[in-house]
Design a protein around this ligand. Structure first.
Ligand SMILES: Nc1ncnc2c1ncn2[C@@H]1O[C@H](COP(=O)(O)OP(=O)(O)OP(=O)(O)O)[C@@H](O)[C@H]1O
Ligand SMILES: O=C(O)C[C@@H](O)[C@H](O)C(=O)CO
Length: 326
C-alpha cells in the first residue's frame, strides 16, 4: 500500500527552491585546480528533481527566483523545454546572481563540488512572491532544505508549506544539506527539525538526519520514531552505496539495494532518486517498488555526466528494474 494523494489537482509536484547552474568538469580524473573545461547544465537539487519528474511524465511546476541575466534565461528556457511549468520562476530585479556549482571528478568514488552561493537569487524569494493558488494546485509540494538557509527564502518556504497543508497538498521535505549558506550547524538543526516535523514525507541521507538531530543523533529507527510523533507518515533514509530505507508509522520497514552500474561520478544520485521515488508514489506504487524506482534512477544518473540532463526516461528505469533484482 502506497501513500494517498488528493485527486483533482492540476500539478503532481511543485518543487520550491533553487534553480541554478552546474559547471561539471569535462576533464576526468583531474583536480579542479588543473581543470580548464566545464560543461554547463541546469542544476540545483529541487530543479533537478523537477526536471527528472517531468521527464518521467509527471505534471510539474517550480517556485523559485532566478537572475535577470543570461544564466537566468538559460535556466528558465531549459526547464520549460524539459516540461516544467516556469510561470512561478520569479525574475530577480535587484542584481542577485545565479548560484554556481563547479564539480570535480577525481575518480568515480572521489567527487566533490564547490558552490558559489554568495547572494544567490534563489535565497531572495520572498513570502509575497508565493502564489497561494499555485501552491494549492499540487498533489505534492517539495521543499529543499537549502531554501531554509536564509531569509527571505526561509519564510517563503514556510508560507508555502502552511498553504499546502491547509489545501490537502502533501509536503515532501528533501533535507538537501549544503553547508554553504547556513551560518552554523545548530541553525540548520533548528530549521530542519521544524520543517521535518511539519512535512508528510521526509527524505534525506543518514548524514543529513544526523545534522538535523545534532547532539542527539541516533539510528534510523529512532529517527523515524521521533518524526512519527509529529506529522510525517513516511521517512526515507539513504545510505549511499549501501542502499536506502523507508519507514512507516505502522512499523513496516522497506529496503532497496543499489543497482550495479558503470559509475562516472557520484553527484546527482539523490536528486534522480527523489524524482523517481516520487513518481512511484504518485502513480500508486507500493513503497518498495517506489524505492526500487528511485534507486534505479540514481544508478543511471551516476553513470552519466550531468544531474539534470541525465535524468532517465520511464522505460530506462523499467528496463533496469527488470534486469537486476536488488
Ligand atoms: N555508486 C552508486 N551506484 C549506484 N547507485 C548509487 C550509487 N551511489 C548512490 N546510489 C543510489 O542513490 C541513492 C542516493 O544516494 P546518496 O545516499 O549518496 O544520496 P545523496 O547524498 O543525496 O546524493 P548526492 O550525491 O546527489 O547529493 C542511494 O540510496 C542509492 O540508491
Ligand atoms: O544541488 C545543487 O545545487 C548542485 C547539483 O545540481 C549538483 O548536480 C549536485 O551536486 C547534485 O547532487
Amino acid at each position: 500500500m502506497g501513500i494517498q494523494f488528493q485527486e483533482g489537482k492540476q500539478f503532481d509536484v511543485i518543487a520550491l527552491g533553487r534553480a541554478c547552474i552546474d559547471l561539471n568538469a569535462a576533464e576526468y580524473n583531474r583536480p579542479m585546480e588543473e581543470t580548464r573545461s566545464f560543461t554547463k547544465y541546469v542544476g540545483g537539487s529541487p530543479a533537478n528533481i523537477a526536471i527528472g519528474s517531468a521527464k518521467l511524465g509527471l505534471k510539474v511546476g517550480f517556485v523559485g527566483k532566478i537572475p535577470d541575466d543570461q544564466h537566468g534565461r538559460f535556466i528558465s528556457s531549459y526547464m520549460r523545454e524539459a516540461g516544467v511549468d516556469t510561470s512561478q520562476l520569479v525574475i530577480d530585479r535587484e542584481g542577485h546572481k545565479a548560484g554556481l556549482t563547479f564539480t570535480e571528478i577525481l575518480s568515480p568514488e572521489e567527487c566533490s563540488i564547490l558552490m558559489y552561493r554568495e547572494k544567490a537569487a534563489d535565497l531572495y524569494l520572498s513570502p509575497d512572491e508565493i502564489d497561494a493558488g499555485y501552491v494549492r494546485s499540487a498533489k505534492v509540494l517539495l521543499i529543499s532544505g537549502t531554501a531554509l538557509a536564509q531569509s527571505p527564502s526561509r519564510e517563503a518556504a514556510l508560507k508555502a508549506v502552511s498553504l499546502a497543508k491547509a489545501a490537502g497538498t502533501k509536503v515532501v521535505f528533501e533535507l538537501d544539506y549544503r553547508p554553504y549558506t547556513w551560518s552554523s550547524r545548530e541553525e540548520t538543526s533548528v530549521y530542519y527539525t521544524l520543517l521535518a516535523g511539519m512535512a508528510h514525507i521526509v527524505i534525506g541521507t543518514r548524514e543529513e538526519y544526523d545534522i538535523m538531530e545534532g547532539a542527539s543523533a541516533s539510528g534510523n529507527e529512532q529517527t523515524a520514531k521521533m518524526l512519527f510523533a509529529k506529522e510525517p507518515e513516511l521517512v526515507v533514509i539513504k545510505h549511499g552505496v549501501d542502499g536506502s530505507y523507508a519507514y512507516l508509522p505502522s512499523g513496516e520497514t522497506f529496503r532497496a539495494g543499489v543497482y550495479k552500474t558503470n559509475v562516472l561520478k557520484t553527484f546527482g544520485a539523490g536528486d534522480s532518486y527523489a524524482s523517481a521515488f516520487l513518481y512511484g508514489l504518485l502513480r500508486g506504487y507500493d513503497i518498495d517498488q517506489a524505492l526500487r524506482f528511485g534507486s534505479a534512477s540514481a544508478s543511471i544518473v551516476v553513470s552519466k555526466h550531468s544531474s539534470s540532463e541525465a535524468m532517465p526516461t520511464l522505460s530506462e528505469i523499467k528496463a533496469l528494474v527488470e534486469e537486476q533484482h536488488v
